[in-house]
Ligand binder design. Structure first.
Ligand code: CAA
Length: 259
């Protein structure tokens, strides 16, 4: 896979793929082409049986400082509607495999929204999160008002969205936005270690469990419980369920084949 604005390693570690946003001079500002490349790479990795977990990262200074302001500055409402950039984001959201963001430096605007589209977030000590769109006369457009509010609650979400203030990794952890903080020098290695725990499990169970957790954002409780139950029952038709439970009973480690 070769792209202009992202680097893709399908086997960064066994069964773990890495996508690196790669516009370092622009702090990985998310232009339309980068987002389309990201969508295409995710689709390919989702269909690759050798991949069980996907890590999305930037560099030490910036995960991504938002949508590309220079690309957007002259656009009208009609241009924005015709370009329909968020249909690309909708496709990214449909990634079936677990997607882990490894964040260092700035994750702002669309960068913060992209991180929140991922399933889990590992942050370096120097990570900063924010929705500063308000400072350039707009507001979040790729899910910030919705996903941030669900993650951190109304009070802090309002403050972040209405003032544009950044929060650091400590505050993000306290607020429930991220999973953990790791040293800046080793943030990617730590994320790989975290991903390895998931890659060792049944990919079928992981996929259906991810789907069920995400359904809690869309469904009411009764619908969500029903959805969960169906996915739970479905896993009893997999070899991985037989292997996982047999291994427990026989007091040995399970080997999951994704079958
Ligand atoms: N779009 C385009 N270019 C960007 C950018 C962005 N979002 N963020 C940074 N850059 C560029 C800068 O223009 C600069 O380029 P030049 O060297 O050619 O001037 C380069 O990246 C380095 O940036 P700075 O010199 O500004 O670096 P800094 O360390 O002084 O400041 C920063 C870092 C605080 C992140 C600052 O760059 C900044 O405020 N960036 C914009 C953040 C922002 O407003 N993001 C929201 C965008 S809108 C959006 O995302 C909408 C949505 O919901 C989808």
């Amino acid at each position: 896979m070769s792209f202009e604005h992202i680097l893709v390693e399908p086997q960064h570690a066994p069964q773990i793929a890495l996508i690196r946003l790669n516009r370092p001079k622009e702090l990985n500002a998310l232009n339309l082409q980068l987002m389309r490349e990201l969508r295409d790479a995710l689709k390919e990795l989702d269909n690759n049986d050798e991949v069980r977990v996907i890590i999305l990262t930037g560099n030490e200074r910036a995960f991504a400082a938002g949508a590309d302001i220079k690309e957007m500055a002259g656009r009208t409402t009609v241009d924005m509607m015709k370009i329909d950039q968020f249909s690309t984001w909708d496709q990214i959201k449909r990634t079936k495999k677990p997607l882990i963001a490894a964040v260092s430096g700035f994750a702002l605007g669309g960068g913060c929204e992209l991180v929140m589209t991922c399933d889990m977030i590992i942050a370096s000590e120097s990570a900063q999160f924010g929705q500063p769109e308000i400072k350039i006369g707009v507001m979040p457009g790729a899910g910030g008002t919705q996903r941030l509010t669900r993650a951190v609650g109304k009070a802090l979400a309002m403050e972040i969205v209405l003032t544009g203030r950044f929060i650091n990794a400590e505050e993000a952890l306290r607020a429930g936005l991220i999973n953990k903080i790791v040293p800046t020098e080793t943030y990617l290695q730590e994320t790989v270690k975290f991903a390895q725990q998931i890659a060792a499990l049944s990919p079928l169970a992981v996929q259906l469990a991810k789907e069920a957790v995400l359904s809690s954002f869309e469904n009411n409780l009764s619908e969500g419980l029903l959805f969960e139950r169906k996915n739970f029952y479905m896993l009893f038709s997999t070899e991985d369920q037989k292997e996982g439970m047999a291994a427990f009973v026989e007091k040995r480690a399970a080997t999951f084949q994704g079958k």
